[in-house]
Design a protein around this ligand. Sequence first.
Ligand code: NAD
Ligand code: IPM
Ligand code: MN
Length: 358
Amino acid sequence: MIYLKKIIAYCGGDGVGPEVVEEGLKVLKVISEYTDFEFDFKEAPAGGNVYKKSGKSLPNQSFETIKNSDALLFGAVGLPDLPPGVGEVAVLQIRQKLDLYVNLRPIKLYDSLRDRCPLKDEFIGKGIDIAFVRENTEGLYANKGAVLTDETAENSMVYTRKGCERIINYAFELAKSLNHSKVTSVDKANVLNPSRLWRKIFHEIGEKYPEINKEDIYIDAFCQWLIRKPDSFQTVVTGNMFGDIISDEGAFLIGSLGMASSGNIHPGKVSMYEPIHGSAPDIAGKGIANPIGAILSVKLMMQESFHSPNIAKLIENSVEEALIEGRTIDLKNPEIKTRNTREMGDLITEKLKKNLKK
Ligand code: NAD
Ligand code: IPM
Ligand code: MN
C-alpha cells in the first residue's frame, strides 16, 4: 500500500476554537485510519491566550511549524478581555505571511437543514449553493498606511492589478470547474477607486470566458439580493472586507454561523482551513458549539490541498446524514436529538467510517 504522508499543523486558538478543532482532528484521524493517508499532527499555538503568556499572538515557533506543514487546521482567535485585534492579528499574519490570497467560503443549504433556514420557501427558491471567493491579502486588510491617534484614524484600501487579477482568475476557473453559468462580482464602484479598478479587471478577465455570464452588483444591494433571491448566485467574487461581511450573512442563511467553512488558499502552497465563525465567547467552554464549520473545513482541506474530492464528498455526505439524527443547539429542532460538540463530532465520524468502508 502507498501511504500518503502529510504533516498537519493545527491551532485551536481561543474560545470555542479548540472545541471545534478537536472534532476536525477526529475526522482527520478517521481518514488516516481508513485510507492511504497518514497524518502527523503538530500543534502551532496562536491567539489571545498565547499572547497573554508570551506577548505574541503568533509566536515564531508556531509559524515555523505551520510553514513546514502540508496544511493548517485553524479554530478561531480573539478574546473579549483583550483589546480588539490583539488575538485576531494571528490569523491575519498567517494569511499575509503565506500569501493566502484566496478565501474560499462555500455556502450550501442542506435539504436536512431547510427547517433552520430563516427564509420562507418563496425566497429559498431552488436552493442555496454559492461559492464565495473573497480576496484575502489586499484592501483594507493589508493595513497599508495605518494611522491611529486620538485625533485621526486611517486605513487605506489599496488594490493592485496583480491582486485583482489573481483572485478574479481563480474565481472564473472555479466557476468553470463547478459548471457554473454565472460569476457575480460584488463591489462599490460607485464610490471607491479600488472597486473601479476591480470592476475593469473583472470584465477584462471575463472576456476569456464567453460561456460564463458576468454580473456586477453593488455591495449594499447585494446584501438584500442575497436574502431576496439567493438561488440566483453561483460563484461570487469580492474584495476582502465585503467578503468578510457577506459570508457571515450567507452562513446564517444555511442555518448557523457554526455551519460555514473556509479555505485560506494559495494554490499549490501551504494553506489554512478554518470555520468562518469566531471564538464565540458567549458559548465558549460550554461544549455546545457546532463543530460542522470546522469539519467541513477539513473537507475543503482534503479537496483543495490533498486533491481528494472523493474523501471530501464522503465527509460532506456524513455531515448531511448526521444532521438527520442529531444537531447542536444552534440548529435546534424539537424532533431531532440535541447533541453537544463532542457527540456531534462522534456522530459524524461514525457515519464517515461507514462511508469510507463501502
Ligand atoms: P462569533 O463568530 O464568534 O460569534 C457570533 C455568534 O455566532 C455568537 O452568538 C456565537 O455564539 C455564534 N457562533 C459562532 N460560532 C458558533 C458555533 N461554532 N456554533 C454555534 N454558534 C456559534 O463572532 P463575534 O462574537 O463577533 O466574535 C468573537 C471573537 O472572535 C472576536 O474576538 C472576533 O474578532 C473573533 N473572530 C475571529 C475569527 C477568526 O479567528 N478567524 C473570525 C471571526 C471572529
Ligand atoms: C474572519 C474574521 C477575521 C476577518 C478577523 C478575525 C480578523 O472575521 O475570518 O472572517 O475579518 O477576516
Ligand atoms: Mn469574519
